[in-house]
Design a protein around this ligand. Sequence first.
Ligand code: SDX
Length: 436
Amino acid sequence: MAANTTNKTAKLIINGDEANAAEFPILSGTEGPDVIDVRSLYKQTGMFTHDPGFMSTSSCESTITFIDGEKGILRHRGYDIADLAEKCTFLEVCHLLLYGELPNTKEKEEFERNITMHTMVHEQLQILYKGFPRRSHPMAILVGAVASLSAFYHDSLDIYDPEERDLASRRMIAKMPTLTAMAFKYSIGHPFVYPDNNLDFAANFLNMMFAVPCEQYKVSPVLSKAMNKLMILHADHEQNASTSTVRLASSSQANPFACIGAGISSLWGPAHGGANQAVIEMLDMIGDVKNIPEFIKRAKDKDDPFRLMGFGHRVYKNYDPRAAVIKDSCYEVLEELGAVDNPKLAIAMELEKIALNDEYFVQRKLFPNVDFYSGIIYEAMGIPTTLFTGLFAMSRTAGWVAQWQEMIADPDQKIGRPRQLYIGEGARKVLPPNKR
Ligand code: SDX
């Protein structure tokens, strides 16, 4: 598939000089806004576009994920996220993101078997883990561990070999749960638990997280189903900050493991994937439903850095379709765990109700995003708050490797190198220290 060139163009008239107007082609996709192709802007006008935060910038052509912020639509290769979350396994969605189609029965078995055979990590990685302080944030360990994988897997580093690209992608998807669970086990002084090939992907992760050598661990089917759904909901999301980081890092032709490590670093921030941890910390800070008005007031105060974590989104201006699915899952998990009266859930629901009726949030179209309820489920499962973003990274690895493959395979791809508006000092001479 490629962008459709329309017969429409955009004319840029600078200071009324119509005779030298710059003209740009308008491209249209399958759906979503058309784009003005400004690649020739500098050549035609000697000027750059200026778009801090890329509020109005399309960075690439992609066939993987479509989101419509006004309508609250999220589709992967044309399939609606709620449909995928309800009817598929995470590995089926990984296959869809990577290869463009959901696998048939034979493809599904083959893909699951292949991923399963890559879930173990090199034994020497345990030495890397043991070099970290026990209280290290799991994301610090994951960034290091993932970027180090290029030292172990030399047979999947040639980014221009499609087979090596595919092998690196499957290794990343397969090994992230193992590396994430290892970070948890290391932090609590438990022995690492090896992957169990008899378990499905989500159950295997929970087993690596909570099994101990002294007794048989039985994975709850309800928790496994919820984990599978949460991984699907976090798998990919168009050109978000961490995916754009992976694409930019990959554009220099760096190896895939280093680029995924860059994506993990970007996801860590509380404005992005770190929000799920920040939501729980915020709910702890609020402590009681009666304190909500004070925090709502602080969230609206420009002089107060406090923000309602888990609220707002750059693209979704009505609601985040993932949040609705996660909220339903919340009940199922809490019911299974006999924790429906979870005080944090009560605060979260009251906070959502108040914020959605408050002019400040309504006017700015701020409402719960994917991170608002996910932390409540993770915490109820016994997952420590600091590991929440690691679970986001484990799931988003599927989207990162799919977007990476799409970019590397694009014959037009080139190194990403934005320009700037320079507002610093003009040219000046160096003076000796006694004259400065
Ligand atoms: C993810 O891009 C993706 O797709 C990301 C993601 C993915 O799947 O990859 O969906 C995952 O990162 C979800 C977002 C998680 N982050 C949070 O929950 C952190 C809290 N949210 C905010 O930091 C913020 O809403 C962002 C970062 C999510 C979006 O920021 P924008 O689009 O740059 O919007 P903005 O900061 O310019 O805010 C617009 C206005 C401002 O007020 P005014 O200056 O117009 O008066 O809304 C206010 C902001 O102050 N605002 C908030 C707020 N978010 C925005 N006010 C209070 N609480 C908030 N959470």
